[in-house]
Design a protein around this ligand. Structure first.
Ligand code: FEO
Length: 408
């Protein structure tokens, strides 16, 4: 339990000394409806070692938690596994107050910290496989470039059998408990999936490479400690999250379809419902119909990660797609989901560019188009809705065939 301004014990000699951000709801465009934590950890050994820091405004919370077990100036080493501001924002002041003997980061981390802070403090750079003895424990560094920044690295502590994974295997989940066991599996799965979809999905190939390389590193892992959310303890929890990462990195096509739309005068909404009806009649049983006025882009990305089909609807407004659809499609294009099929639809008044533009977005996102899309002037009549239904059936059948081929 994270007591007020106190360190929380992870293992005999490792303490959580991070901060809980209960209030954050927008993490650079990612909706964090459960807040987050910025995890920093202290290893109490002959060389007292701090792993990462916290977002700048939370520095005093971290300092107080550290001081609940040891004076700030007793820290010897600081390891910066990741230079992004939510973990390094408090680093310059931490260095100023701690005056550590050494600060370590990857080669790219050293450059990134310099670029962020123009620092005059020395960074000792480390490469994959390099080790650092801190007394009873030895740290081993593994660079994980572009997971998810060029500087990212993970650090293994042998005596404690602990892997510090920075953003990897984390989630935005504020809470008073430290261990994943103390949260429901449903919340853990959703928040870990949301984190993967919104932060790590573009780097899925590198996730697979990392997962493939782990056995060869011969790490005996009893704890995985990410920089956000609860920590993973024990074989069952660690296998569970590693298995989910394996699946998300592969993104096999599933019998799940997402129909996402925005609407002006409910014409595109009627089309979306008819499309969803067609998917259902084709045999797709897991369908999410997402109105972008009701759900945000980061929840959409989370749904898409588990989907096999993405169908997008937008009215045309001033020769363009609707703003919220443009927002979400731009966002998804950057996240680069894999193995999706899809189609576009929408209503229009006189020029009707939206479906063509949606096709371009979907193609740029890597979505295989099942047809050329369907548009309706002003208000769909019964025949138009039948055509939308037929589009749903066509995509549904194509999806079932794709899933069967994938699994055969
Ligand atoms: Fe949690 Fe990439 O920072």
């Amino acid at each position: 339990m994270k007591e007020y301004m106190k360190a929380d014990k992870v293992t005999d000699n490792i303490y959580w000394v991070g901060a809980v951000d209960w209030a954050i709801r927008d993490f650079h465009g990612y909706t964090t409806e459960r807040g987050t934590t910025y995890n920093a950890f202290l290893i109490m050994d002959e060389k007292i070692t701090l792993i990462d820091t916290v977002k700048g405004p939370f520095r005093d919370e971290m300092f107080a938690r550290i001081e609940s077990i040891t004076p700030l100036d007793s820290i010897d080493y600081i390891i910066s596994n990741h230079a992004e501001m939510d973990h390094s924002g408090a680093l310059p002041e931490t260095i100023e107050r701690v005056k550590p003997e050494k600060v370590f980061a990857s080669t790219m981390g050293g450059k990134a910290l310099k670029a962020h802070f123009g620092n005059d403090f020395e960074i000792e750079t480390v490469k994959t496989g390099e080790t650092l003895s801190i007394g009873k424990n030895t740290l081993t560094f593994v660079e994980t470039r572009l997971l998810h920044w060029p500087d990212s690295m993970i650090t293994y502590v042998d005596g404690a059998k602990t892997l510090f994974t920075q953003d990897g295997f984390g989630m935005h989940l504020a809470g008073s408990n430290l261990f994943a066991d103390d949260y429901s599996e449903e919340i853990l799965e959703w928040e870990a999936r949301k984190y993967y979809a919104n932060i790590l999905m573009p780097y899925s190939t590198k996730i697979t490479q990392l997962l493939d390389s782990l056995p060869g590193l011969n790490l005996d892992i009893e704890y995985m400690l990410p920089d956000h959310g609860p920590v993973w303890k024990g074989e069952k929890n660690i296998s569970w999250i590693l298995g989910l990462y394996r699946k998300w990195a592969e993104q096999p096509p599933t019998k799940k379809a997402v129909v996402v739309y925005d609407t002006m005068w409910q014409s595109t909404e009627k089309m979306a419902r008819a499309v969803a009806g067609g998917l259902s009649d084709a045999g797709i049983t897991d369908i999410e119909v997402v109105h972008l006025g009701a759900r945000d882009r980061s929840s959409l990305a989370t749904l898409v990660l588990n989907a096999g089909a993405l169908l997008v609807g937008s009215p045309t407004i001033n020769n363009n797609i609707f703003p919220r659809v443009a927002d979400s499609m731009t966002y998804l294009r950057g996240l680069r989901p894999n193995n999706l099929i899809g189609a576009a639809f929408g209503s229009y008044g006189w020029s009707g560019e939206a479906v063509k533009q949606l096709n371009e977005y979907l193609t740029a996102t890597g979505v295989e188009l099942v047809n050329e899309g369907f548009r309706v002037q002003y208000v769909p009549n019964e025949e138009d809705l039948n055509k939308c239904h037929a589009m749903g059936v066509e995509v549904g059948k194509a999806l079932l065939e794709k899933v069967n081929n994938w699994n055969s």
